[in-house]
Design a protein around this ligand. Sequence first.
Ligand SMILES: Cc1cc2nc3c(=O)[nH]c(=O)nc-3n(C[C@H](O)[C@H](O)[C@H](O)COP(=O)(O)OP(=O)(O)OC[C@H]3O[C@@H](n4cnc5c(N)ncnc54)[C@H](O)[C@@H]3O)c2cc1C
Length: 461
Amino acid sequence: MGTVRDYDVAVIGSGAAGLAAAVAAADSGAAVIVLEAAERVGGSSRLSGGHFFAAGTAVQRQAGIRDDADAMFEHIMTLNQWMLEPAVVRRYCDESAGTLDWVRGLGVEFKPEHVHASGVGSVPRGHVPQGEGLAVVEALDRERARLGVELALSVRATGLLRAEAGRVVGVRAGEDALRAGSVVVATGGFGANPEMIEQHFPDAAAAGDWAWYIGSPEARGDGLALGREVGAAIEGDNHGLLLLTPGFSRDLEIFLPGWLVLVDRAGRRFVDETASYTMMAGLVKRHGGVAFAIFDESARHAAEPNPLNRAYWVNEILAAKADAGRIVRVGSLAELAGSAGIDGEALAGTLERYNADCRRGLDTAFFKHPASGMRPIETPPFYAVEVRPAIIAWTGAGLRIDPEARVMGREERPIHGLYAAGETVGSLHGDRYIGGGGSFGPCLVFGRIAGENAAASALRS
Ligand SMILES: Cc1cc2nc3c(=O)[nH]c(=O)nc-3n(C[C@H](O)[C@H](O)[C@H](O)COP(=O)(O)OP(=O)(O)OC[C@H]3O[C@@H](n4cnc5c(N)ncnc54)[C@H](O)[C@@H]3O)c2cc1C
């Protein structure tokens, strides 16, 4: 990017949001460039499952699922006690089905039999692309190339250009400046930026050195910094998705196995251990920020690898971790409580009830499914290992947008010429993650809206 060039629309970032914006802007007749800091396109989106949370889709209809945008809106707002921006959420719900069709039209397949209830609601809204997030990125990138959208790799945007009237009119990348009619910020989250984690995601910071981010190393929160510099409002602090882990090493873990019991430091169970990952971090936080997985020797012997908790809950690994002192392994439950720092009386009571429930085949406290592998905890030695919400899957704080994907200024007016989409946006998430597809879905929906509106605005001005 040695010379100054003019484009109608400059898109910063080439993940799902940025590529969707670039394709939509080019489809609207704009001359578009995508700036990408990395050596290849895709950011965290190429690592993603790519699940897309959507309602009223043709794929749902093929699967015989009755659903619509109204029901999705009500679900998201109720789940988060209306502590969300209704107009932005509404737009997401309204556009989710059409955007899913748009992605299908680019050649990505979503099979009806794979639509699943991906959060805590019972309506199946999680749409799974064949080939996961990478297939979506590749389809969008193919379309980008077909439409003649220029791509500048290894170019990191470091600032925005503003005209006197305050309109954003381009992008700086180090010494270089690129002038554009409008700019779309789609730089992803800030999971790879420890200072921003400290500032905007204190629950993740609370996991201390256990916390780690599973996405792209380029997720440094540049979008927040770029926006802040031109007066953008930032919102959504402490939102994002944390997954539970015993912290043995760095691998994706989504669900806990059903054969263990999770208790807090007070010795109380507080959840169906196999419940959705979307609510686990919130529940652990409510119970003091740490939890302990308790199991016995017979459970350890029977522990088989499972694709949903790939890493550790396997018999030999658990034995090795106990040998290394990383898991408490002792001969009695009283000793276990003492060594792990759990209230022993309460733990004994909790396990009495749990063991009785196992024998009867009914979890009377939390309704864990009997087929989940529930088994009494009674065969010594006994094991306890601390787990924390520490795997950062995505971050939720970011630029405030309106339903047209315009970036809002701190004085409650849109910043002219500036649009944002994807994980860099802070307006979509509340305390509770809506479910698998609740981040990737909005990336595509608002990426497309941002691209269309950025093009319209640039072509008008
Ligand atoms: C392993 C994994 C699985 C996931 N699975 C799901 C799922 O199934 N469903 C779901 O909803 N969510 C999922 N998520 C989250 C979701 O995938 C992400 O939130 C989403 O892909 C982010 O897309 P994006 O376009 O906003 O950002 P990204 O895909 O991260 O793209 C941002 C791009 O911007 C570039 N960039 C950053 N700064 C600059 C700069 N200054 N200048 C130029 N370029 C820059 C980056 O290099 C990157 O390429 C998952 C995340 C991970 C890590």
